[in-house]
Design a protein around this ligand. Structure first.
Ligand code: TXA
Ligand code: MG
Length: 362
């Protein structure tokens, strides 16, 4: 398939108009369009067309038991696809348009293929101007997962999308870097107006608690799904964001993490190539010749870290390292989203290198 790529990074109005017009035509004809959002890029198709959903699963190489999010131009458009408890309007007022996805009881209009046979459907109203214009021009909801090949990190730049999706979709709208860099927060909104946090993102647990105390965090967000447990969100059970390099998370200070890596690899005679994600302030690793450092941002700047994470995982994969180490983030605020993505990328390999604690789980 020939993929038409529109470079929209220059904000040129005429190019943008043409690209959006073409994209809407493609969607209404049953084709696929990759589009930028404030979180990550989406791989979109007509939300009411079962065939488009099938094409999405195929282009992504995604199992069809993992449902798609319906993207809408305005919060009120959710009504076409789901029943809306009063809390939906409270959430919409506070956080929409923006990086929040709400899982609701689906209306019959939503094809089974989009919701993977579930009685629920996920809706999200993105705040990226290009995404908004695209949704408006389509005049229908757009079913879209993240625009990466299944199993690789979500795409946060046009280049990532071109690498994964060229030849698999009709159009790629390259709008430059996504401002947030991790996928939206997902909550299940129950009939009784209570919430379950299914995936943490830029709308934090603390943010959600400002509008309702009635919220719990699904076990799989910070831990591993236990044998026999059913995932509240099908995506939780799939191995996610898996870099090809083995990723190990280290829990400890800079000094403790460095000591751990040093002890483990200093006597390495095989010239093992090691990648290390570190904070901008950290310098110790430069003392080890076989270590390639990758800066993830200032220690306290979680937003910058989230913005860089997926790009870095793609970059470190190209480094052909035997192992990649990363600091274990704290779980407060946006840190919870980083933690959630990293424990999945590391397949839950966490090593405590704290001096007083010798417990190791590697
Ligand atoms: O920021 C985002 O959410 C991006 C952009 C493109 O909007 N989209 C995204 O989609 O991350 P995706 O498909 O990669 O992740 C959506 C997650 C999946 O883990 C899926 O299992 C879950 O949402 N999901 C979708 N529908 C659901 C439902 N009805 N119930 C529970 N979880 C659902
Ligand atoms: Mg995804």
């Amino acid at each position: 398939m020939q993929t038409e790529i529109f470079n929209l990074k220059q904000n040129d109005e005429i190019t943008q108009k043409n690209a959006i017009k073409k994209s809407a035509e493609v969607i209404l004809a049953g084709g696929l369009v990759v589009f930028p959002t404030e979180t990550v890029y989406g791989l979109g198709g007509h939300a009411l067309d079962p065939l488009s959903a099938k094409k999405i699963y195929q282009a992504k190489g995604r199992p069809s038991d993992n449902p798609l999010i319906i993207h809408i131009a305005f919060p009120r458009d959710a009504e076409k696809y789901a029943s809306l408890p009063p809390m939906y309007h409270t959430l919409a007022e506070s956080f929409m348009p923006g990086p929040l996805t709400v899982v609701l009881d689906a209306k019959d209009s939503v094809p089974n293929e989009v919701r993977a046979g579930l009685p629920t459907v996920a809706v999200r109203c993105p705040c990226h101007p290009l995404a908004h214009d695209f949704l408006l021009a389509c005049g229908v909801g757009i079913a879209a997962p993240s625009a990466n090949l299944s199993g690789s990190p979500s795409p946060t730049t046009g280049e990532h999308c071109i690498a994964d999706m060229s030849g698999r979709v009709d159009v790629i709208l390259d709008g430059g870097e996504c401002s947030i860099g991790v996928e939206s927060t997902i909550v299940r909104l129950h009939k009784d107006n209570s919430l379950t946090l299914l995936r943490p993102g830029a709308i934090t647990l603390e943010d959600l608690k400002t509008v309702t105390p009635n919220i719990t965090v699904a076990d799989a967000v910070l831990g591993e799904l236990k044998e026999g447990e059913t995932a509240l969100s099908p995506g939780m059970k799939h191995k996610h964001y898996a870099p090809r390099t083995k990723l190990v998370l280290l829990d400890g200070t800079e000094e403790e993490r460095f000591a751990y890596i040093h002890n483990r690899h200093a006597k390495d005679t095989n010239n093992t190539s090691i990648g290390v994600l570190l904070y901008d302030e950290e310098k110790s690793y430069q003392q080890m010749p076989n270590v390639t450092p990758y800066s993830i941002g200032k220690k306290r700047d979680i937003e910058a870290q989230a913005h860089r994470l997926f790009s870095l995982l793609r970059e470190t994969d190209k480094g052909a390292h035997t192992v990649l180490y990363a600091p274990l983030p704290l779980t407060e605020g946006l840190g919870m989203a980083l933690y959630n993505r990293l424990i999945r990328a590391a397949a839950h390999t966490i090593v405590s290198c704290k001096k007083k604690n010798s417990e190791k789980k590697e």
